[in-house]
Write a protein that binds this ligand. Structure first.
Ligand SMILES: NC(=O)c1ccc[n+]([C@@H]2O[C@H](COP(=O)([O-])OP(=O)(O)OC[C@H]3O[C@@H](n4cnc5c(N)ncnc54)[C@H](OP(=O)(O)O)[C@@H]3O)[C@@H](O)[C@H]2O)c1
Length: 273
């Protein structure tokens, strides 16, 4: 799979998100854990080995920790701190290391800019101690982009996580150009519109022009479109189905999407969504 630089860390361009799909708020049953483990197995088999989590996602960190146990070095793990206060932040961050079963976390992000100043300071200390690879911030609301860009300019982060898909292109205006200028990695959340871009379409998209690239599904067309912007580092579609991990990962081995196909997919989205 193609690799791009996430603030200096080479990562495969298709990874895995775990909001909703790994988001249980009770101890998972054996079957629930087994399904998630098969999703993680499929990540490894298909090269989508960058996995994003958060304490917000219930049992996600614990299940990732269990599913990657004994093979931690074959994955890149990203998680977040999502709490206010210095001591609470320290405790939550320590929990993430424990639940993920690791002493090194590749990407640690401040989730939704919650108490950013306080949490960044602690993440910076951990990075200096060699326990964190890249520090980032995330938000799902485009109204936070000014704040995100101020943090980008501060030189304190190597990655951002923001939404980007065919119906949410706000980041193209200023955030992606700034990320490129500063060499900051871009993790794309919600690349399939949390599923809304693939479910309940008005019409069936015609993907015939993409078939010669081995693109066989509309979800693949949407993900390839996202990666068609070279300022994007990694897209993290979430899925609860192991077979879809491989389907999604396929586009990470394709060449950059030709401009005319990007236009075409955009027009198909307009016709079918
Ligand atoms: N503030 C933040 O930091 C923040 C906010 C939002 C998201 N995120 C991160 O970004 C990740 C991705 O966003 P998301 O989970 O909201 O949405 P998404 O990845 O855009 O969409 C996920 C949905 O798409 C479906 N799907 C996946 N692959 C598919 C395929 N090949 N064909 C058809 N359907 C497919 C999944 O259903 P199935 O399970 O049935 O496959 C799931 O319902 C999150 O999981 C999380 O890690 C971060």
């Amino acid at each position: 799979m193609e690799q791009r630089s996430l603030g200096g860390l080479p990562v495969n361009v298709v990874g895995l998100g775990t909001a909703a799909t790994f988001q249980l708020f009770r101890t998972p049953s054996g079957e629930e854990l087994e399904t998630r483990t098969r999703v993680v197995d499929s990540c490894l088999a298909s090269g989508a080995n960058f996995i994003d989590s958060s304490p917000m996602y219930g049992e996600s960190e614990r299940m990732i920790g269990l599913a990657t146990a004994g093979r931690r070095d074959r994955f890149q793990l990203a998680t977040k701190v999502w709490i206010r206060g210095k001591e609470a932040g320290r405790a939550q961050i320590a929990d993430s290391f424990r639940l993920l079963g690791t002493d090194y976390i590749d990407v640690f992000q401040v989730h939704n800019l919650v108490d950013t100043e306080v949490q960044l300071a602690h993440l910076e200390r951990l990075k200096a101690e060699g326990k964190i690879g890249v520090i980032g911030v995330t938000h799902y609301l485009t109204s936070t982009y000014d704040e995100i860009m101020d943090i980008m300019k501060s030189g304190r982060i190597g990655a951002i996580q923001i939404p980007y898909n065919l119906t949410e292109r706000t980041c193209e205006r200023a955030v992606l150009p700034l990320a490129e200028e500063l060499g900051i990695g871009v993790i794309v959340m919600i690349p399939l519109g949390s599923g809304s871009l693939v479910r309940g379409l008005k019409r069936e998209p015609d993907i015939t022009p993409l078939e010669e690239y081995g693109v066989a599904t509309w979800a693949q067309a949407l993900l390839w479109w996202v990666l068609g912007d070279p300022r994007v580092t990694v897209a993290i579609p979430a899925t609860s189905r192991p077979e879809r991990v491989a389907e999604n990962a396929h586009v990470g081995s394709l060449p950059i999407m030709p401009a005319e196909l990007r236009e075409y997919v955009s027009a198909e989205a307009g016709r079918c969504l």
